[in-house]
Design a protein around this ligand. Structure first.
Ligand code: PLP
Length: 385
């Protein structure tokens, strides 16, 4: 039986683990050394906290090709960021184009607005791997299309949307990108891809802690805030200030988390995003090739390639995906996720609804040995069906 003495984490699509040691160290330092209420007072601690947030904003702007860091807004995760974009940008009567691969953090607000505000939804179909055809976009655009919402990399199949081709076909609509699975691994340049609203989460490929995320707004685009309150600026006003980013950042921010996110970004810069991408691509290739040798295993998603995310979904004949995840954890110390991965639409698209899949999602800190171990474990489970 493969060695289960040291657990193997293969659930990086949920949240990356471990984090680089620099992330914890930065957070520890911040909570020990400074009070954490930026922009509220003029004393040295408050100024130091403001600097932490400012520097993180600059790093994020640079990372995503945004020329002005005041267009970067921090939220507590990508779900909150997506809600700001979806609720803020859509008016009754608007049409939204989205895909059959979206996460519920997009689908649930859209379905709510469809029911309550008369938004019309057009879902672009996908092939069985989860790829959309960008040429479908111009065929669906009309004068009412306000927003195109695209999941850059699927958390179910790893399929990557061609943002360059999509941006070139968006017509008069705004392009909103859910970069939850791609940020930190694949190049994402707002200007180059024509992205108007880019939503990211901090705790996956960016190596920040949970409770961090945000969005970047294209210059000139105004989105009303979802949350209003104290910002530390324009305190004489009883109305929410218009100023970016304060307008979207009411309430005391997560300074420790944002400082940790900045350390994660620094780590990626130091390591090289392409080094991370190549390592994950290599592990994914080994995993996919190994799975193809196990009879009775069906893999969903694109073949190995440089433009494929690391999430790998599979089913095994004669075993439920819940059993597979349970056996991997209990008998082999391997942590994976089973089910719908908060993306029922994606499972409908690839034909695995409602049972879902077992998802293995390697990350930068996994090794080839980890992948060989999970392959051996699945082989063994398969042999005992
Ligand atoms: C594609 C996608 N969108 C949105 C989310 C939601 O992320 P968070 O829970 O950080 O808001 C996830 C996380 O699983 C995801 O994979």
């Amino acid at each position: 039986m493969p060695d289960s003495s040291s657990p193997i984490y293969l659930d990086n699509a949920a949240t990356s683990f471990p984090k680089p040691p620099e992330v914890g160290a930065a957070m520890h330092r911040l909570i020990q050394e400074i009070s954490l209420s930026p922009g509220r007072s003029a004393h040295r601690f408050s100024l130091a906290a403001s600097r932490v947030i400012f520097e993180a904003r600059e790093l994020v702007a640079d990372f995503f090709g945004c020329p002005d860091s005041s267009r970067v807004v921090f939220t507590s995760n990508v779900t909150e960021a997506l809600n700001v974009g979806i609720f803020g940008l859509l008016q009754p009567g608007d049409q939204v184009l989205t895909t059959g691969m979206e996460h519920n953090s997009v689908m649930r607000p859209l379905r709510y607005l469809e029911k309550t505000r008369g938004i019309s939804l057009t879902i672009l179909p996908t092939d069985p791997s989860g790829n959309i055809d960008p040429d479908d976009i111009p065929r669906q655009l009309n004068a009412k299309t306000r927003l195109i919402i695209i999941n850059h990399v699927s958390n179910v199949t790893g399929a990557m949307a061609d943002l360059g081709a999509i941006g070139a076909r968006k017509g008069g609509a705004l392009l909103l990108v859910d970069a939850a699975q791609s940020a930190g691994v694949f190049p994402l340049d707002m200007e180059a891809f024509g992205i108007d609203f880019l939503a990211f989460t901090g705790h996956k490929g960016l190596f920040g802690p949970t409770g961090t995320g945000g969005f970047l707004l294209r210059q000139g685009l105004v989105v009303p805030p979802l949350t209003m309150g104290g910002t530390g600026s324009n305190s004489e006003l009883e109305e929410q200030p218009q100023l970016m980013p304060d307008c979207h950042e009411a309430g005391t921010p997560n300074t420790v988390g944002i400082g940790g996110l900045a350390a994660g970004l620094e780590y990626i810069k130091k390591t090289g995003r392409d080094t991370i991408r190549r390592h994950e691509a290599r592990l994914t290739r080994i995993l996919l090739e190994g799975l193809s040798q196990i009879q009775g295993v069906t893999v969903y998603g694109p073949p190995p390639s440089d433009t494929r995310g690391a999430a790998v979904s599979l089913t095994m004949d004669g075993k439920s995906v819940a059993d597979l995840a349970f056996l991997l954890d209990r008998n082999y110390g391997i942590m994976a996720r089973a089910g719908l991965h908060c993306a029922p639409a994606a499972h409908r698209s690839i034909g695995t609804f409602p049972q879902g899949t077992l998802r293995l999602s390697p990350g930068f800190f996994n090794t080839e040995g980890d992948i060989r171990t999970v392959l051996a474990a699945l082989d063994q489970i398969n042999a005992t069906r």
